[in-house]
Design a protein around this ligand. Structure first.
Ligand code: FAD
Length: 529
């Protein structure tokens, strides 16, 4: 690829949820799109969230009514267009005597949340007495408990797959996607963006492409991308760090998700049943360190453990109970003063006209609102191009795995050697595209075997994600395609066997395979506390 080839209408920098959504929307409206991502798909902030598709009850406190309304509308849409990935989840808020937010305030919040969710597809909230709350969750701390509110939101267990499916859909609509491709320079000619230089981080090759519009969807790295223009730009991102810990089922663990006010600082945090484990988080701390080396600190881990032990006293969780932890930075708008929690969670689509025409940066944005953010961004791209684009179609466009779900279940259930748990697992990861995996086992029967004792993972999946889902490294396969890297043991028992299948498919040498295993193990270890 070189600057001699025909220019793209739009180059998207970053394959997180926002970049992926923008690429899909733009490609569906007939634009020539290229996506450049420095690592793998969904390897940034989009993979370190609380994985909720939610209205953001807490944002009501800060009067962000339009954001809550937009989020609740998107929750309904995502339940339909990504039905295999986005599921309803019940969330409980226990209200204690010492709480900053009393029953009346919580009740008002619940009513507002229900009202803002027009045509909702989940039940309305209910309020429980103290005794009803303890009967429903016997592990909950009873001392000082006054009552409990319960409401519904939605959860995307594998956000990685949501991002991937947007890019698969974008590719089907004609977009080009280049992973492990770091943008190193945005060139400007006569006041407008002209070309992008990028490096293939696997082959080391330097490449150049031409694009009429550049959308900088680099999340917390937005300012670093702008710096490649060599023009002065005001700081746009003032991120806050958020960490989560992941633990196994513990004594007294709840059946539902809990949203609890922390005793230490009054911030609400989540304890969420997730992927056969519990996802506990998050923290919210201003951050200006290295974006590529973010780890959950000892203080954050201890805070999350002690707050969980307070609400579920039988848990007695210690650091040794943590399977792994993850941390990242919210790409929020830069603001020098005020509490972290009050920084707006609304997204901003900023035209960087002072730097160059045709340059647009995305600030903020939630997992939940990626689709509407993409719609607004592509409308802006159309204006920048001076073209009247077709209307946005992503409200109704099912993501690839949301088709043929019933048929996929029937096909999987008839497969020899795949357990019931395996059927569930494949459906929750690939949805209707599981049918393509089964077809692969028919043309290559050796791939039809399960690779784990529980018969839940097919050998064919490894080959499928390499051929069809842009996986380029062993860590991509394990952590962001087959999702076994997010299991309690991070899938460690399967690394060798997955590496053997991948090596045959990629034609890796023994040394390549060893290096891939080493970097996979290094990555997994980096998530342990
Ligand atoms: C702790 C925490 C919890 C959260 N919980 C929720 C939640 O429960 N629900 C919700 O809706 N939202 C949640 N969010 C918000 C949400 O996760 C993020 O706002 C969203 O994922 C941001 O997506 P993005 O695509 O803008 O950024 P990212 O996902 O970070 O993507 C940006 C991409 O750009 C790439 N990139 C950077 N520089 C370059 C370059 N030079 N060249 C090429 N590529 C580059 C990066 O590698 C990265 O993959 C949470 C956020 C945090 C931090």
């Amino acid at each position: 690829m070189s600057s001699q080839s025909a220019p793209f209408d739009v180059a998207v920098i970053g394959a997180g949820v926002n970049g992926a959504g923008i690429a899909f929307d733009a490609a569906l409206r007939g634009l020539r799109v290229v996506v450049l991502e420095q690592n793998d798909i969904c390897s940034g902030t989009s993979a370190i969230s609380s994985r909720l598709i939610h209205g953001g009850l807490r944002y009501l406190e800060y009067g962000e009514i339009p954001l809550v309304f937009e989020s609740l509308r998107e929750r309904i849409l995502l339940r339909r267009i990504a039905a295999h990935l986005v599921k309803p989840i019940r969330i409980c808020i226990p209200i204690y005597e010492s709480a900053r937010r009393g029953p009346l305030l919580i009740r008002l919040g619940m009513i507002a949340y229900d009202l803002l969710s027009v045509r909702k597809t989940v039940p309305v909230h209910d309020m429980l007495s103290r005794d009803e709350a303890i009967e429903a969750e016997p592990g909950l701390a009873a001392e000082g408990l006054r009552s409990e509110a319960r409401y519904y939101d939605a959860q995307v267990t594998f956000a990685e797959r949501l991002v991937l499916e947007n890019l698969l859909a974008a590719r089907s609509a004609g977009a080009e996607v280049h992973t492990y491709s770091s943008v190193t320079k945005i060139n400007i000619e006569r006041g407008a963006v002209s070309t992008l230089e990028f490096k293939d981080n696997i082959t080391g090759e330097q490449k150049t492409i031409a694009a009429s519009v550049v959308v900088n969807a680099a999340g917390p790295w937005v300012d670093q991308v702008l710096a490649t223009t060599a023009r002065v730009s005001p700081r746009l991102i003032g991120g806050t760090k958020g960490s989560h810990i992941v633990v196994g089922p513990f004594k007294g663990a709840p059946k539902d998700a809990f949203y609890v006010e922390a005793a230490a600082d009054g911030r609400p945090f989540f304890i969420i049943p997730w992927n056969d484990q519990y996802l506990i988080g998050t923290t919210d701390i201003r951050y200006s360190g290295d974006l590529n080396e973010i780890r959950a600190s000892r203080e954050e881990v201890d805070y999350l453990l002690s707050e969980t032990n307070r609400v579920f006293p039988a848990a007695q969780l210690g650091r040794e109970d943590i399977n792994y932890a993850y941390a990242g930075v919210r790409p929020l708008p830069h603001r020098q003063k005020g509490p972290e929690s009050s920084i707006t969670r609304r997204h901003i689509i900023r035209r960087n006209r002072k730097i160059a025409r045709g340059l647009i940066s995305i600030i903020g944005g939630k997992l939940t609102t990626y689709r509407s953010l993409a719609e607004q961004t592509v409308d802006r791209v159309g204006k920048t191009l001076g073209r009247r684009l077709p209307d946005c179609r992503t409200r109704d466009a099912l993501l690839p795995g949301a088709y043929r779900l019933d048929e996929a279940r029937t096909v999987l259930e008839s497969l020899q050697g795949l357990s019931t748990k395996g059927v569930q697992r494949l459906l929750s990861i690939y949805g209707g595209r599981s049918i393509d995996i089964v077809e692969l086992t028919q043309s290559e029967p050796s791939l039809g075997k399960a690779i784990d004792a529980g018969e839940t993972i097919l050998a064919a999946e490894v080959v499928f994600v390499i051929r069809e889902e842009m996986a380029r490294t062993l860590a991509d396969i394990v952590h962001r395609r087959l999702m076994i890297g997010l299991a309690a043991d991070q899938g460690r028992a399967l690394y060798e066997i997955v590496a053997a299948i991948a090596a045959a498919e990629f034609a890796w040498s023994d040394e390549d395979r060893r290096e891939q295993l080493e970097s996979l193990r290094y990555y997994s270890a980096s998530l342990r506390v």
